[in-house]
Design a protein around this ligand. Structure first.
Ligand SMILES: [Zn+2]
Length: 310
């Protein structure tokens, strides 16, 4: 690593931290319906407006020792943590895609995914303004990549745009199919909601392959998370009832979908390659993959839909 690259990495890190700071504002204000631009960052307790020094990502919180300098109300460690996570994600994206439009685009996608993950964990919702703006931005990104990759041709641009639109439709369609089967299985109308829009948004940014892989990974991760939480409740409360009780509580799917999409985007190619190697027969590959995807999705998503219904 030369000195030039080190400097770029540091710049990318701090850019990510600054944007992470803004994401904290988005996550706090969007579900509450407050403007994300006005008023400027302030203490939620005494409304003391943050000064220049206190506004520095990560370091501001450390300088204040996690307390508002005005009223001494503790400030959650989550804020600097999100800033640090965003900074690390930006560096990872930069190292993967270099100086390119992909780095800019995928960094933006990661911001949307992170904000939606946190909002889903906080409120069990995925706000429409975020999924919709993310979707439009994703299609714009596809068009831009197509335009650049095809040496500035309108045909190249529309090819990529169509790829994004198809993947977007597939994202909704997969979710719809699962919803219909879930409804039949349960004998009542199952409700999906924001998760389908999130899948569509991911499709707009990527491709049908990434959508399929994201869905499959999201379902497996959610299933694992569900079992782990049930196990944890069981151990903590010392009984099977506590574990069963946990299983009846709703589980936000957004974080798992975001995780699935991130893994697919960064390691999708190598994942698919090793899977292909594992399933040496091409016929088995063709049969096993959709089946695996479909079963895991069915298991997790119908589970969640029934929980919403209750
Ligand atoms: Zn304060």
């Amino acid at each position: 690593m030369n000195i030039y690259d080190t400097i770029v990495q540091i710049i990318v890190f701090w850019l990510g931290a600054a944007i992470g700071s803004f994401l904290n504002v988005v996550v706090y204000r969007v579900p509450a319906g407050i403007s994300i631009l006005w008023p400027p960052s302030r203490c939620p307790q005494c409304f003391h407006q943050l000064g220049m020094g206190e506004n520095i990502p990560i370091l501001g919180w450390l300088l204040l020792r996690g307390k508002c300098c005005h009223c001494r109300t503790p400030i959650s460690a989550r804020y600097p943590l999100i800033e640090a996570i965003t900074a690390i994600i930006f560096v990872l994206v930069y190292n993967r895609f270099g100086i390119s439009i992909q780095t800019v685009g995928y960094s933006l996608l990661m911001c949307w995914l992170l904000a939606l993950t946190l909002i889903d964990l906080d409120t069990m919702t995925l706000p429409n303004p975020l999924t919709q703006s993310g979707l439009v931005l994703g299609l714009a990104f596809q068009a831009a990549v197509g335009y650049i990759d095809s040496n500035h041709s309108a045909i190249g641009m529309s090819e990529y745009l169509i790829q994004g639109i198809l993947a977007m439709v597939l994202g909704i369609w997969i979710y719809d199919a699962i919803q219909i089967i879930g409804s039949i299985m349960m004998g009542q109308l199952a409700q999906g909601g924001g998760d389908a829009k999130l899948m569509a948004m991911i499709g707009a940014w990527t491709s049908w392959k990434v959508v399929l892989l994201s869905g499959a990974l999201a379902s497996s991760l959610a299933l694992g998370g569900f079992v782990a939480m049930a196990g944890y409740s069981m151990i903590r409360a010392g009984g099977i009832t506590a574990g069963a009780d946990r299983l009846t509580k709703p589980l936000p799917l957004g974080p798992f979908i975001a995780m699935g999409a991130t893994i697919s985007l960064f390691w999708g190619d190598s994942l698919m390659a090793s899977y292909h190697q594992f399933m040496t027969s091409p016929d088995r590959y063709v049969l096993a993959l959709p089946l695996l995807i479909f079963l895991s999705m069915l298991l997790v998503w119908t589970r969640k839909m029934r929980l919403i219904e209750q």
